[in-house]
Design a protein around this ligand. Structure first.
Ligand SMILES: NC(=O)c1ccc[n+]([C@@H]2O[C@H](COP(=O)([O-])OP(=O)(O)OC[C@H]3O[C@@H](n4cnc5c(N)ncnc54)[C@H](OP(=O)(O)O)[C@@H]3O)[C@@H](O)[C@H]2O)c1
Length: 289
């Protein structure tokens, strides 16, 4: 098959997402894998993986549009598929407000890929929208649940719908995209492991810990004001609050049900909420048990 993909280069393999994606690729995929790192990186990787150093020492996260450089390099190297750094909220959603600037930057990268798709005979792209990484977000406290103090902070009452995916499943989706290049070319692909809400997660946490949790409430408007205040002072932890307000709040940016999931095309099964919460309560991500 002419478009069969055999070799993959992973960028950001030492990051929050990349660590699990790397493990999943090494344990599950048929590809010959290399890792791209910056010269200043002190991250360590398994000895059997080839490491390639970029000539760029600045961070790819700031700004995200540094990915354009990677795309140009990919075209020059006749790469077949580029998967931009999406892996989260739906950057294509036109309702994404100005106060979540990095989603707009992500959308700009896809627009750049669309332009290049017209110009390059070889390069194609797939943008993977996963919703928040369920197990990772619950573990690090991003879902509003403090597992240590058993305190929940519900946004807009905790009822708004949330589509989310465990991090390991994100890795499996990437492998499947690369194994099925024709069906997945030049499009946004939406996946979801769970359809849930903060309230439902709280009920499972209370069941599994056999305890009533302390509940605090916050409105999305309050969170936006707080987040913007922090960002204006140069404290970028405020961005986290802005994203939380968007995806957990009544604005509904965390609800991807209307997008047409690619789970079936990618051979991904729905995940088990209670089993996942149990794993996270044990301090682990799914797949690390
Ligand atoms: N849906 C969710 O819940 C969720 C959660 C987290 C992240 N995400 C998304 O996942 C993506 C990755 O985020 P992350 O949190 O995993 O990132 P991160 O933890 O900040 O990691 C960034 C990675 O990029 C590498 N890097 C930075 N500059 C580089 C350069 N010039 N050349 C080569 N490598 C470079 C870093 O390597 P070294 O430090 O080793 O040099 C590191 O491995 C983003 O799109 C983010 O929005 C989604």
């Amino acid at each position: 098959m002419d478009n069969e993909i055999k070799t993959v280069i992973l960028v950001g393999a030492s990051g929050n997402a990349g660590r699990t994606i790397l493990t999943t690729f090494l344990s599950t995929s048929p590809f010959t894998l290399s890792i791209l790192t910056r010269p200043s990186s002190t991250s360590t990787f398994p000895p059997n993986v080839r490491i390639v150093k970029t000539p760029w020492s600045h961070s790819l996260e700031a700004p995200l549009s540094a990915q354009k450089k990677l795309i140009d390099a990919a075209i020059a190297a006749s790469v077949k598929r580029f998967i931009p750094s999406e892996f989260g909220s739906n950057s294509a959603d036109v309702r994404v407000p100005d106060w979540v600037p990095f989603l707009k930057e992500k959308r700009e990268i896809v627009e750049y890929l669309r332009e290049k798709e017209k110009q390059s005979h070889r390069l194609s792209w797939s943008a993977l929208i996963t919703g928040p990484f369920f197990d990772w977000c619950l573990l690090v406290g991003f879902f509003g649940f403090d597992l240590r103090t058993k305190t929940a902070t519900l946004i807009d009452g905790g009822a708004p719908h949330l589509s989310a995916t465990n991090l390991r499943q994100v890795g499996l989706a990437l492998i499947s995209i690369l194994k099925n290049p024709t069906q997945t070319a030049n499009q946004y692909l939406y996946i979801s492991g769970f359809e849930t809400s903060q309230r439902e997660i709280l009920a499972v946490l209370e069941k599994l810990t056999d305890e009533k949790w302390t509940v605090k409430n916050v409105s999305s408007e309050e969170l936006v004001a707080r987040g913007q205040g922090l960002v204006q002072k140069g404290d970028f932890s405020g961005f986290g609050m802005l994203v939380q307000a968007g995806i957990f709040g009544k604005m509904g940016l965390g609800d991807n049900r209307g997008m047409g999931y690619a789970n079936e095309v990618l051979g991904l099964e729905k995940e088990d909420l209670e089993k996942t919460v149990k794993t996270v309560l044990g301090g682990k991500l799914v797949g690390q048990e």
